[in-house]
Design a protein around this ligand. Structure first.
Ligand code: ADP
Ligand code: MG
Length: 333
């Protein structure tokens, strides 16, 4: 795998700044689902931030809010110092070109009636970049960058390719405009395990070659581990924990993260047995979230305070760069 870019630490190195993002949806019976609830974080230039949480925790809503597709109901997103909410028309389109997305299901995110070369060229057409010959050449290069030969696959349609090949096409399409930020929403979840590693390697290579910043979403902590510099764990629309990957996997501080980690297969049976039972029961309905800490109804460490008071995401004094939203965090073991 390609070597990691160093992760800058100065604040000037922030590419994207998300503050207090809230997004709600209308649900049946006039009720509302708060899919994102006061989510704040910074994305540093050149880093890969893994975002993990079970289905329904708000990961896709977050990805869309970052792109203003649609904009969050409240809160702010600054991209390279520019507030997205203040950009309009051509300025907003220009910003969006610098941030591209890859989706979970490669087949359905590609137009089945279009040929592969046309699919990869489309962002250039929409952006009005280059003449026809230049666009074709750039699309062919983007396909070559993801290991596909335009001469072989360029005239085919998505259904004539495998799932892994389709995901490569999606990545080529996302990279053809040379974005700074790539948001990958469960990019390998629909792929066979054997193909997942290839696509992950490809993303790492693309990141190194283009100096990309990556937001990598998955429901699987095991998948995120190999690609992330830092990891953010979400539960029912809130951030539970945000930490450098090494620190999070070695010593998770939020009981929910520890529970997720316990379900990742460990090669060491002794470690598996050592893991404490920290959670029980099912995830509550997003229509009826618990008061205070949203995880408390499943948490073995919950106290009366957890029902009263929602814990804020706070830096851990004993672990640099590690932040947790918990009244009773796990000790540094
Ligand atoms: P994830 O990607 O983590 O699975 P989502 O962001 O898709 O989570 O969804 C978060 C919550 O918002 C879920 O409870 C989901 O049912 C709800 N939700 C998502 N999209 C919509 C929508 N368009 N209309 C109503 N509810 C939605
Ligand atoms: Mg999703």
């Amino acid at each position: 795998m390609t070597a990691r870019l160093p992760t800058p630490v100065q604040d000037t190195a922030t590419l994207l700044r998300a503050r207090n993002l809230v997004q709600t949806y209308h649900a049946r019976g006039g009720r509302r689902v708060q899919a994102l609830s006061d989510v704040s974080f910074d994305l540093r230039r050149g880093e890969t931030l893994g975002v993990v949480g079970e289905s329904g925790s708000g990961k896709s809503t977050l990805a869309r809010a970052l792109m203003a597709l649609p904009a969050p109901q409240s809160g702010s997103v600054d991209f390279d110092g520019v507030p997205l909410a203040q950009a309009r028309g051509a300025a907003l389109r220009a910003l969006r070109r610098r941030m591209q997305m890859v989706f979970q299901d490669p087949m359905s995110s590609l137009n089945p009636g279009q040929r592969i070369l046309d699919i990869v060229q489309m962002p250039l057409v929409v952006a009005g970049e280059g003449g026809a010959a230049e666009r074709r050449a750039r699309a062919a290069q983007a396909l070559a960058d993801v290991g596909l030969d335009a001469g072989v696959v360029g005239k085919r349609r998505p259904w004539e390719l495998s799932g892994g090949q389709c995901q490569r096409v999606s990545i080529a399409r996302a990279l053809v405009l040379r974005p700074q930020l790539l948001v990958c929403d469960e990019p390998v979840s629909a792929l066979d395990v054997s193909v997942q590693a290839q696509v992950l390697n490809l993303l790492e290579d693309a990141k190194a070659a283009h100096g990309l910043t990556l937001l990598f979403i998955s429901h699987d902590l095991g998948v995120v581990r190999s690609v992330s510099d830092r990891v953010m764990v979400m539960y029912l629309g809130k951030v539970c924990e945000l930490a450098p990957a090494g620190s999070l996997y070695r010593a998770p501080r939020h009981p929910y993260t520890a529970t997720l980690l316990a379900s990742v297969p460990s090669p060491d049976p002794a470690r598996r047995l050592l893991r404490p039972a920290l959670a029980h029961g099912e995830t509550p309905s997003p229509l009826d979230v618990p008061s205070g800490c949203r995880f408390r109804t499943r948490c073995a460490r919950a106290s009366e305070r957890c029902a009263r008071e929602a814990p804020a995401l706070q830096a851990c004094a004993d672990a640099p760069g590690h932040a947790v939203a918990c009244h009773h965090p796990l000790p540094l073991s």
